[in-house]
Design a protein around this ligand. Structure first.
Ligand code: FRU
Length: 486
């Protein structure tokens, strides 16, 4: 029990830094019983500043322990986003005594170069740890990838590629992704590029991730490329698009023409997946904020938190592929006592329940109703309204009256929208996670997801369900209290 985790908006089952500013998750890697979470961190203030890699560890991805800062800025620049790998065969030669090196691959951002108006101020560097992440040493040969004048050149994600027995690195170069190969994590050669003219381009590309997944219920393997983009997301500001296609060891190709979005909410950005999880699970964590207002949210001691860890899967619907994301089982494990009995809302019925503890809960419902709203409300009358309007092919999140909204003009100025065409079948199921200052909504196993921050002035304690469908009823299966992990 850490005292500072009692503040009004402090997440109780999401990761947040003890104090000060955090953005992207970095270096997500599992090794020897430990899940590492590094993150973009400015230890001196609650707004973005010279970047370090903060560090936390977990045995289950649910309970976290804060660690000292892992990487500090140095003469090459600030430490921007990147990844980490387990160098099992010591290809880097960093181990001298039989240890297994962890190697972090990150972007150096040279502020002086940027200020001087140069365009080559972002390069890629590496650092290693021989004690499972406790202490880190920068490589003396940094940078390992120089810059030939590409202004936005960053966020390297590395994995071991079995087929070529080499490392593959994906990074973003302005409006596209580049792929590099290396035998030893130090010497890199460019292989190919992807993205000019493909997908969404409302803003600069950031934080790529490339990995294979087996299509559910088949033997088919496809490659997924995740690309964060800011601005240009469907509901404004920062968002995460993905492509499903193939990777031939050199470059990524896809027949996908339209962008697809991993999350339609406004607050899931720069998310990437873990390397080296033993059972092959692909687990994603995103930063639960948006560059439009990340610096302005009404918390005082710290700024922002991460999404819950989510397991990714690939689904084929018709001839189309969709990436689903859904909370790992460990999150369900936090849902302890029921706060309310199950209840049914018949056709054309509206029912309301007062539920103390609703602001830190998991709500699960299922229904064949095509038209309903679930409203979370507090004693001040502030509301968060979730609406399924499948006749018009849309799901809506309305946080316009959810409490503090006017700290920035774009936070509460409109209803947020998602298309529902991809939700096949006659029924919906919905899992809703509320944690004081966030809501994560997973529909049909994570086929449609929305993640949003909220800042109610008092805790939500009433749930009202209005079922507008004239034929089908709706069942609230459970409302459970989520345990605090801090
Ligand atoms: C994404 C991002 C990255 C960059 C980092 C800097 O949110 O802009 O592209 O490496 O944040 O903190």
């Amino acid at each position: 029990e850490q005292g500072y985790y009692s503040e009004q908006y402090r997440p109780q089952f999401h990761f947040s830094p003890g104090a000060n500013w955090m953005n992207d998750p970095n270096g997500l890697v599992y090794h020897d019983g430990v899940y590492h979470l590094f993150y973009q961190y400015y230890p001196e203030d609650t707004v973005w500043g010279p970047m370090h890699w903060g560090h936390a560890v977990s045995k289950d991805l649910v309970h976290w322990e804060h660690k000292p800062i892992a990487l500090y800025p140095d003469g090459h620049g600030l430490i921007f986003s990147g990844s980490a790998v387990v160098d099992k065969h010591n290809t880097s030669g960093f181990a001298t005594n039989g240890e297994t090196p962890l190697v972090a691959i990150f972007t150096y951002h040279d502020m002086d170069g940027e200020k001087a108006g140069r365009t080559d101020f972002q390069t890629q560097g590496i650092a290693y740890s021989l004690d499972n992440g406790e202490t880190w040493t920068k490589y003396e040969g940094n940078p390992v990838i120089g810059n030939e004048g590409i202004k936005d050149f960053r966020d390297p994600k590395v994995f071991w590629h079995e087929a070529s027995q080499k490392w593959i690195l994906t990074l973003v170069a302005g409006d596209h992704a580049q792929f590099y190969t290396s035998p030893n994590l130090k010497d890199w050669a460019l292989l190919g590029e992807f993205g000019q003219g493909q997908g969404a381009h409302g803003g600069v590309w950031e934080c790529p991730d490339l990995f294979p997944l087996t299509v559910e219920g088949s033997d088919e393997t496809k490659w997924v490329l995740i690309i964060s983009i800011n601005p240009g997301a469907p509901n404004g500001g920062s968002g995460t698009q993905y492509f499903v296609g193939n990777f031939d060891g050199k470059t990524f190709t896809t027949e996908q023409t339209e962008p697809k979005w991993l999350d339609y909410g406004t607050d899931n950005y720069a998310g990437v997946t873990y390397n080296n999880i033993p059972n092959g699970d692909r687990i994603f964590i995103g930063w639960m904020s948006n560059w439009d207002y990340a610096r302005d949210t009404p918390t005082e001691k710290w700024r922002s938190s991460m999404t819950v860890p989510r397991k990714l899967a690939l689904k084929k619907i018709g001839s189309d592929y969709f990436l689903t994301n859904f909370p790992i089982d460990g999150i369900d494990g936090l849902a302890s006592s029921g706060l309310s009995k199950a209840w049914e809302v018949g056709p054309k019925e509206t029912t309301s329940r007062t539920i103390e503890g609703l602001n830190q809960s998991m709500v699960q419902l299922r229904t064949a109703s095509k038209d309903f709203s679930a409203t979370f409300q507090n004693a001040l009358g502030e509301t968060l309204v979730l609406t399924m309007d499948s006749e018009n092919n849309q799901f809506l999140v309305d946080r316009r009256k959810s409490g503090k909204v006017d700290f920035q003009k774009g936070f509460g100025n409109k209803i947020h929208w998602a298309p529902t065409e991809m939700l096949e079948g006659e029924t919906f199921d919905m899992k809703i996670l509320l944690d004081r200052s966030s809501v994560e909504i997973f529909i049909n196993g994570g086929l449609l997801v929305m993640t949003e921050q909220i800042f109610p002035n008092e805790p939500f304690n009433t749930l009202t369900v209005e079922n507008r469908d004239s034929k089908s009823s709706l069942t609230i299966d459970s409302v459970k209290k989520m345990e605090s992990v801090w």
